[in-house]
Unconditional design. Structure first.
Length: 347
């Protein structure tokens, strides 16, 4: 398992004297900081989300961002008079990512210190250092995948879905059925390896072991007769969620062990979290083997333990911080009717 430095998932920008020169509510002439457009576009290309935490008048600031052609690059912008730490927390919660994966850029020492005091795990950056931003290791993903390039658009689709959900007057199942979801499972192909590695690095909340694997390790598992490596994708009427799940199975003659089960937190509310697990249970039963799963508790992944327990897994041992669970495969839940599930052959 690789030791990989944690990458930034979202950059939160201040506006006044950070994205632009000047103070919007005081200065008659506001202009963009040199090179800022190129930086914002390159972060977007790398799959790093961006938002705003600014003390400003909301409508006026959005109007100015529209004027500069930049508003589309920022999701869940927090433009208000609240503490910056409050805005940063709201952004992390809205995107559903750990606050320790955020970077905050501001020209004011006070604002950076206020965020740092409240959330020491946030990477705080002086606006004067923006010129070095793209060279920072935290801002350079190991790979830029197709999912990376589309990440902002995927999140913008999520915002549309949430609006529809809020307007829904029927049951949750009726809402999910209205999305026309299509869930796919396939063995990991060579073209999936970069995204597979990215998933292990980026996924913390819904990762049963917290393990991360390098491209080379995953490629070796893919080619191994003793392992199975599966990747899941999801799309609905709003578009693709991309590749959102990964499973690594160690396959011995009489027992298969789930070494890795993870699902992107973006699909947590879509009722698809157990579909991948149900599939593994089905093929294990068909192969007439015992099915075990490893679980390594972290400060974030208890949801995965609950997922295993609800699926009928029971603890059989704990050793060196690793909990081993086993499923007797007596009952495998049906796939919800509101989602189409398809196994795709690897190209």
């Amino acid at each position: 398992m690789s030791n990989i430095i944690k990458k930034v998932k979202c950059v939160v920008w201040d506006l006044d004297n950070t994205i632009w020169n000047g103070v919007l509510l005081e200065d008659s002439h506001i202009e963009l900081r040199d090179g800022i457009v190129e930086i914002i576009k390159e972060l977007d290309n790398r799959g790093i989300l961006q938002s705003i935490a600014s003390r400003n008048e909301h409508n006026q600031a959005i109007e100015k961002l529209n004027e500069f052609g930049l508003s589309e690059y920022f999701i869940y912008p927090q433009i208000n008079w609240n503490a910056k730490s409050s805005s940063v927390k709201k952004i992390a919660d809205s995107i559903n990512i750990g606050i320790d994966t955020l970077a905050f850029i501001d020209d004011q020492v006070f604002e950076r210190e206020e965020v740092k005091f409240t959330f020491p795990e946030v990477l705080c950056i002086d606006a004067e250092d923006i010129k070095d931003l793209l060279n920072m290791e935290q801002m350079n993903p190991l790979f830029i995948t197709e999912d990376s390039k589309l990440r902002r658009k995927m999140y913008m689709s999520d915002i549309e879905r949430k609006k529809l959900e809020e307007e829904n007057t029927g049951t949750q199942e009726e809402f999910l059925a209205s999305l026309n979801m299509h869930f796919t499972i396939s063995e990991v192909g060579e073209g999936d390896l970069q995204r597979a590695e990215e998933l292990t690095v980026r996924t913390h909340q819904l990762n049963a072991t917290g393990y991360t694997y390098s491209y080379e390790e995953l490629d070796a598992f893919r080619k191994s007769d003793d392992h199975k490596l599966f990747i899941a994708g999801l799309e609905d009427k709003f578009g693709s969620y991309g590749k959102i799940g990964l499973v690594l199975l160690e396959c011995k003659s009489d027992v298969w062990t789930l070494k890795l089960l993870l699902m992107s937190c973006r699909v947590m509310s879509r009722g698809v979290g157990t579909i991948m697990l149900n599939y593994i249970m089905s093929i294990a039963k068909e192969a007439n083997v015992r099915l075990q799963a490893e679980f390594v508790p972290t400060d974030r992944n208890r949801t995965m333990y609950v997922t295993y327990k609800f699926a009928g897994f029971k603890e059989v041992k704990e050793e060196n911080g690793v909990v081993t669970l086993e499923n007797e495969l007596k009952y495998i839940p049906r796939t919800p009717e509101y989602i189409k599930v398809e196994f795709l052959e690897t190209v």
